[in-house]
Ligand binder design. Structure first.
Ligand code: GLY
Length: 577
């Protein structure tokens, strides 16, 4: 069914702008036709499948597929459901990225939050020019203009098969009738409550939530109902927008005009060839897609050095850390919102450039951090939360979606009368570009705060195809650990030939240039103490990180989808006939 003309023209214009900005990226497709997937398409897979952050989202997906919905309908319904049942990271008060493969074509939707119009470069600095601790993390001033509802609206309008009301219905039911609260949600609520104490209205809204009991959200149900009745306007205009703007008055910067003017953007995805697959992933304002492609290709370029090196051995971890050092040096210097800063995407994923960077890797000892650092430094450390879901339908369409309110429960602000948990995505900007930060390096201008600008992200929703068919749908939360986690799982599957469950459950580690020569490991699977000792002897330090991702992946071999949820989280994977 063709879409309304006005929508078609706006989207075509955006596609043209995006194509110009990315004209030298590895792959630029012609403007796609605007058609919904057809009911008469032959079935490509034996079943539909999802890997999602909780069981309610899996039930929602099942309901949507049973009603005849496709992967995009299911994805949008999952996103709204998680806003209710996974309130620590699922959201309508944040933003994200959606990578799609529909009718054998790749698409990318950027619905990242934007800085409010009255935001300024130095808004988090005091009179002495020092960063005011916590201001970009907690409370109203930390909030970026939310993009999730417009993102879901755009995606469903363009590619969905069901009625908009059908994809909202499960979420409204969970908000109205409640859902049974998981222990993990309570642990996360309790930790967040300490950060927000005395600063926000968090306790008023979530304080009564108890493990094993039903939690109802009547304000959120009303907000979702307005979105169901009026589409994106039910959030960005009228009562919901008024309530959000009113809650900001005297505290924060977002106005009714900020909300009314928010727009999600269709962009060209980053596309690269690797290992016989086409990797379709996130372009700026994410750093993740470029980072992922650099990691995968640098490792392939160093095949002779990796050959025969066992996974998780000291030599393996050293080589991966050397690669990661170089990727994070580029991330710090070159990446920001492409609508404000010319990001050299093509150069950064160019094969010759990546080979040159791979050749700088020292196979014996850690390269000196300062010699790798490009000189313009790094942005502030990112929050590791966020959530991801992966979906395929039986027609072979796929959605890889990562969305976030940044830290668990975002800014801790719930806009009064709406039930909407607002993000703290402003913290993903460089609060103090050009000046040394806590690591003795400077933040990049590419990611400085400006009105309407989108902060740099690491979210990396990714799809791999082979012979124009979906082979893998994958993503995870984890801040700057997102693309190093995805890289490790892909490497486990395709280089080490592990079954997906083993690849996702395997140990993960992380290095990001700064702090110097520091390897982060996880309590879930600690590294062998002998390996740690060998690396310490080389000059590495070790740090324990509480959380290293929550991968949600679907592998498709031939025509059978195999979904897998990370054992680190409370995710559920399901094949749906
Ligand atoms: N806030 C986490 C990210 O955007 O990567």
């Amino acid at each position: 069914m063709p879409l309304k003309q006005e929508h078609r023209f706006r989207s075509l214009a955006l596609t043209a702008v995006a194509a110009a900005a990315f004209s030298v990226v590895g792959f630029v497709e012609s403007t796609p036709a605007y058609a919904k997937t057809s009911d008469t398409q032959p079935q490509a897979l034996t079943a539909s499948a999802v890997a999602v952050a909780d069981k309610y989202a899996a039930d929602t997906a099942e309901q949507i597929f049973r009603q005849g919905g496709n992967a995009v309908d299911a994805a949008v319904a999952i996103a709204f459901t998680l806003a209710v049942t996974y309130p620590e990271a699922g959201n309508i008060g944040g933003g994200g990225f959606m990578t799609l493969y529909v009718d054998h074509r790749p698409y990318f939707l950027d619905y990242r939050e934007r800085a409010p119009m009255s935001a300024t470069r130095n808004m988090y600095l005091d009179d002495k020019g020092e960063v005011i601790k916590g201001m970009s993390l907690y409370g109203h001033r930390a909030v970026g203009v939310p993009g999730t509802v417009d993102g879901m609206w755009e995606a469903q309008k363009r590619f969905g098969k069901l009625k908009w009301k059908q994809v909202l219905a499960p979420a409204i039911k969970y908000a109205e009738n409640g859902f049974v609260v998981d222990d993990q949600l309570i642990e996360r609520r309790d930790r967040a409550a300490k950060d927000f104490a005395g600063k926000t209205n968090f306790d008023l809204y979530f304080g009564s939530m108890k493990a094993g009991q039903t939690f109802k959200q009547p304000d959120l149900a009303d907000t979702l109902q307005r979105i169901s009745d009026k589409g994106a306007k039910g959030f960005y205009q009228g009562k919901t927008a008024d309530l959000i703007a009113t809650s900001m008055t005297g505290h924060g910067l977002i106005t009714a005009r900020d909300l009314k003017e928010y727009k999600a953007v269709w962009r060209q995805p980053v596309v690269a060839s690797w290992n016989g697959y086409r990797v379709i992933t996130a372009p700026p304002p994410s750093s993740g897609g470029i980072g992922l492609v650099q990691l995968l290709k640098m490792k392939a370029d160093l095949k002779d050095k990796f050959d025969g090196v066992p996974l998780d051995s000291a030599q393996y971890i050293h080589l991966v850390a050397e690669i990661e050092k170089r990727v994070f040096a580029d991330r710090a210097q070159y990446l920001g919102d492409p609508d404000f800063y010319k990001v050299p995407v093509a150069q950064l994923i160019d094969d010759d450039y990546i080979l040159k960077r791979a050749q700088e890797v020292n196979p014996e000892t850690p390269s000196d951090t300062k010699s790798v650092q490009p000189g313009l430094g790094t942005s502030m450390p990112e929050k590791a939360e966020t959530t991801h879901f992966s979906v395929v339908d039986k027609w072979g369409n796929a959605v890889s979606n990562t969305y976030t309110i940044n830290g668990y429960f975002g800014s801790g602000v719930i806009a009064e009368g709406t039930g909407v948990v607002l993000n703290d995505e402003m913290d993903d900007f460089s609060a103090k570009p050009g000046v040394a930060n806590m690591f003795g390096v400077v933040g990049s201008d590419a990611n400085a705060i400006a009105p309407r600008k989108r902060p740099l992200s690491s979210m990396t929703p990714t799809i791999l195809t082979k012979d124009d068919k979906v082979a893998m749908v994958i993503g995870t939360p984890g801040g700057s650990r997102i693309f190093t986690s995805i890289f490790q799982v892909l490497s486990n599957v395709y280089d080490f030939q592990m079954p997906l469950a083993e690849a996702v459950g395997a140990t993960r580690f992380h290095h990001q240039l700064l702090p110097p020569n520091t390897i982060f490991q996880e309590p879930f699977h600690q590294l062998d103490p002998d390996v740690v000792k060998q690396l310490e002897d080389k000059g590495y330090k070790f740090s324990m990180q509480g959380f290293n991702g929550d991968i949600q992946a679907i592998r498709i071999d031939d025509t059978t989808p195999q979904p897998m949820s990370d054992p680190r989280g409370r995710g559920v994977s399901r094949v749906i006939q």
